[in-house]
Design a protein around this ligand. Structure first.
Ligand SMILES: [Zn+2]
Length: 93
């Protein structure tokens, strides 16, 4: 399998991102995978960390458990979207 990003090297890093289901909100468990070469995997991790550090903490005082789960889900969704877009841009360079 080739690296998803550079399409040039063999994908040797297989990342699996798993999110648990959210009980009571009918949100199923989700999972996505990335297949990257070593070099692209490092860039990917940097970008993913950078993105998360940029985000405001989703937690606010007094949130209910349900609100916390929704906030976490929104953050994960935003991260997924960001990384998907980042991969697309990077692979078309
Ligand atoms: Zn690559």
């Amino acid at each position: 399998m080739r690296c998803e990003i550079c399409q040039a090297k063999e994908a040797t890093v297989h990342l699996t991102h798993r999110f648990p289901p959210i009980e009571g909100l009918n949100v199923p468990a989700t999972e996505w995978k990335d297949h990257l070469c070593g070099e692209c995997a490092i860039a990917y991790e940097h970008e993913s960390d950078r993105f998360l550090h940029q985000q405001l903490s989703p937690w606010r005082e007094g949130m209910s458990k349900e609100e916390q789960e929704l906030a976490l889900q929104a953050l994960q969704g935003a991260q997924w979207q960001h990384m998907t877009e980042w991969k697309r841009k990077r692979s078309s360079q």
